[in-house]
Design a protein around this ligand. Structure first.
Ligand SMILES: *Cc1c(COP(=O)(O)O)cnc(C)c1O
Length: 393
């Protein structure tokens, strides 16, 4: 069989894995109460593709989609997304009118922002309160005046306040004292909002880690990002839920060659072989989002073994130790994947380079070609001649 040659380096996203994870999260939060699920697809769906991730999430029953910016929300609408959609990061002069026309719920952090949104007329707006993260949201001292301003705009018919929400500091550390403190502060904010006469449809506080680890924080809605992509929001603390990583990063070996004891590898010779071995050239580097810190730290998967990266990661390529073997050019290299075959996971890479899996998957891009598979509907998706849907990038 001949088809187009497989890509030099590609990000393969399994849409069935995203749907599977979304169903798990939805069932988890709906177990006792009718809590709704928002799936967060900001930053190009954490590197998985915003439009495709949102469609898979809606298919699997996500009630809301969440993004950071108005531009992201409008891009989703332009791609045909319908249904409840919230964004939460705007600056003065942003296209609030476009968002309102597209039926996107906006978030306000300040009275000034609320006024700018109200001037459009007919906006659905959610109010973000800062319960301790000291990032976006109205600080506690402003809650009463913030809610009063929102109630006045609502009474005048200029906006509809659809939600009140906040965001955790340390939900990935279940014993962190800020979790209790923020939940208590959020309840105070809700009581103040009620006093101001606001009746939002949804109050929400939890991200993935809190959705999984802290049922008391569920309120009406949880906002899950990382868990929808199958990655662990709180490594070491999360119970086994059967989440499945949706992203596999793979490349085709460019060459392999023997390396003699005493030979150094890559810029600066930060690694020198202490015995005869062989090395392989993998055509992806920091220009493609492969962390430079992975030099002498992370591993890839070639021919059923983990192969350590030797020396520095370059802009376009990395060198891996092939332990004396000389696989032919074109041999599959898996940088990370679900881990089923023993290959490293995004979590393994995160630990190797001292970051979080969020950053590993979100930053990968550059010249990687993204391709979508669906392991629920495709007949043959695990071989090298995958010819299902072509990705976009
Ligand atoms: C990114 C983000 C989320 C999702 O967080 P995860 O830890 O990926 O579940 C939720 N809420 C807000 C406000 C965010 O910015």
């Amino acid at each position: 069989m001949t088809g187009p040659a497989p890509a030099r380096a590609e990000i393969v996203v399994d849409l069935a894995a995203i749907r599977h994870n979304v169903r798990i999260l939805r069932d988890l939060v709906r177990a006792d109460e009718p809590v709704r699920l928002m799936v967060v697809v900001k930053a190009d769906g954490y590197g998985h593709g915003m439009v495709e991730a949102a469609a898979a999430a809606r298919d699997a029953g996500a009630d809301w989609i969440g993004v950071a910016t108005i531009d992201e929300a409008l891009a989703l609408r332009a791609a045909g997304d319908r249904g409840p959609l919230l964004c939460w990061l705007s600056a003065p002069g942003d296209d609030f009118a476009g968002a309102v026309a597209a039926g996107v719920d906006l978030t306000a952090y300040t009275v000034a922002e609320l006024d700018e949104i109200a001037a459009v007329g007919g906006a659905h707006v959610q109010l973000k309160v800062d319960t301790g993260l000291s990032r976006g949201g109205a600080p506690r001292a402003d809650w009463a005046s913030f809610f009063a301003a929102a109630a006045a705009h609502e009474a005048a018919g200029r906006v509809r306040v659809t939600g009140i929400w906040s965001h955790f500091v340390a939900s990935d550390e279940p014993a962190h004292p800020m979790n209790d403190a923020q939940e208590a502060a959020f309840r105070e904010a809700l009581a103040l909002a009620e006093e101001a006469g606001l009746e939002p449809e949804v109050a929400h506080l939890a991200n993935s880690a809190a959705a999984i680890l802290r049922p008391s924080s569920h309120f009406d809605l949880v906002r899950c990002g990382i868990a929808a992509y199958g990655l662990d929001p709180a490594p070491g603390a999360t119970p086994r839920l059967g989440l499945r990583p949706a992203m596999t990063a793979r490349a085709r070996l460019v060459m392999s060659k023997p390396l003699a004891a005493g030979d150094g590898v890559s810029y600066g010779h930060t690694w020198v072989a202490d015995h005869d071995t062989s090395v392989g050239l993998v055509p992806a580097g920091y220009g493609d989002g492969v962390p430079r810190a992975a030099g002498n730290a992370a591993s890839v998967w070639v021919e059923d073994s983990r192969r350590p990266i030797r020396g520095r990661v370059c802009m376009d390529q990395v060198v891996v130790d092939l332990h004396g073997e000389l696989p032919p050019p074109g041999t599959e290299v898996v940088l990370f994947g679900p881990g089923d075959r023993g290959e490293p996971t995004a979590q393994d890479w995160a630990e190797a380079v001292d970051t979080i899996s969020y950053e590993v998957v979100t930053r990968l891009g550059g010249r990687f070609v993204r391709r979508y598979i669906d392991t629920e509907t495709d007949s043959d998706v695990d071989s090298d001649d995958q010819t299902s849907e072509e990705g976009t990038r």
